[in-house]
Design a protein around this ligand. Structure first.
Ligand SMILES: C[C@](O)(CO)[C@H](O)COP(=O)(O)OP(=O)(O)OC[C@H]1O[C@@H](n2ccc(N)nc2=O)[C@H](O)[C@@H]1O
Ligand SMILES: Nc1ncnc2c1ncn2[C@@H]1O[C@H](COP(=O)(O)OP(=O)(O)OP(=O)(O)O)[C@@H](O)[C@H]1O
Length: 300
């Protein structure tokens, strides 16, 4: 049996530059991977079937991104005339879905990485990232497994180190549909592009992007619209704002703030009103999934 984590992400910066003919949006975002997330257990099945036990997640099996990722990988291998065993996958969800923290996307990426290992498919990270992109714009970053600056629809990724910070993430309890936000005519979709060079200006190449820089460039073009549609998101952000600058991640509904120490983040968490849920996590440069896989491959 193989157990792998599926971490959350935050969008520390999210700028929407325009809409493409296929309806998708050109964006620029800074994906920060966290050391907190879901967990998946994989076992081989002799009968060739794919089974997913989604635990508390109430999504039909065919729609579960874990199932869809497993099927896509298997189809891809079948085209190469490789016959594969099946898989039994157990998902333990900690991440709220429809939260803008990439829970479903990360589960899918961990499935691609985990089954590539277990089924010995030997597909490259580039191929797995391309398969992931077919399922969702947020999946490639988790497949590649680095905190990164992203462009295009989120698939053109440049790894970027950020200064270590601790995040308090709040889930105000509403699920926000990404498609609904991106199709709303009121969405800000004309932000100017910024360059990675501007982001890094004044910093030595090897140094992680400082908290000051992150704060100067922070912001999320979806925030105003999401808060007007979901007042509870604004309430949660305003509550968090008493401790540190707070903003929306992805298309929400989660909001977050950064703290220098874990203790500072936790002492805000203990004051969280009961109506909301929250967690504290550290920002990491390399995904815990990749760290775990690297341990496995080095011990083999
Ligand atoms: C907002 C972000 O979370 C930022 O990280 C992502 O861009 C969303 O990525 P995601 O949830 O993986 O999105 P997908 O599942 O690919 O797409 C959901 C819907 O969002 C819209 N969508 C998504 C990403 C993007 N760059 N432009 C879009 O317009 C599309 O209408 C699509 O039908
Ligand atoms: N394994 C899964 N975990 C969570 N949601 C899933 C999963 N599979 C399918 N879904 C569906 O995908 C939708 C989006 O879930 P997800 O957790 O990816 O949202 P999100 O946090 O807003 O992600 P993103 O930031 O990628 O938009 C859910 O509402 C759910 O119906």
């Amino acid at each position: 049996m193989l157990t792998l984590p599926a971490p959350a992400k935050l969008n520390l910066i999210l700028r929407i530059l325009g809409r493409r003919p296929d309806g998708y949006h050109e964006l620029q975002t800074l994906f920060q991977i966290l050391d907190y997330g879901d967990s998946l257990e994989f076992s081989l099945l002799d009968d060739g079937s794919i089974r997913v036990d989604a635990g508390t997640l109430d999504v039909p099996e065919q729609d579960n991104l874990v199932y869809r990722a497993a099927l896509l990988l298997r189809q891809n291998m079948q085209w190469q005339n490789k016959s594969l065993p099946g898989a039994d996958i157990r998902l333990s969800k900690k991440l709220p879905h429809g939260g803008g923290i990439g829970g479903g996307s990360s589960d899918a990426a961990t499935t691609l990485l985990g089954l590539n290992y277990l089924w010995q498919c030997h597909l490259s990270i580039d191929t797995l990232a391309e398969l992931g992109r077919q399922l969702g714009a947020d999946i490639p970053v988790f497949v590649r497994g680095h905190t990164a600056w992203a462009e295009g629809v989120g698939e053109k990724l440049t790894p970027l180190c950020t200064e270590k910070r601790h995040y308090l993430v709040l889930a105000p309890g509403c699920q926000v549909s990404t498609a609904k936000i991106f199709s709303d005519s009121r969405l800000t979709r004309d932000s100017d592009a910024i360059t990675l060079a501007a982001l890094r200006e004044g910093q030595l190449n090897e140094t992680p992007l400082s908290s000051k820089k992150l704060e100067a460039f922070s912001g999320n073009d979806c925030q105003e619209l999401v808060e007007s549609l979901y007042p509870e998101v604004r309430d949660a952000r305003e509550w968090l704002q008493q401790f540190a600058p707070a903003q929306l991640t992805g298309t929400g509904g989660c909001v977050f703030a950064a703290f220098e120490t874990e203790q500072a983040a936790r002492s805000a968490l203990v004051r969280l009103p009961r109506k909301w849920q929250g967690f504290v996590a550290a920002g990491v440069q390399t995904s815990p999934t990749h760290q775990q896989l690297a341990k496995l491959t080095s011990s083999n």
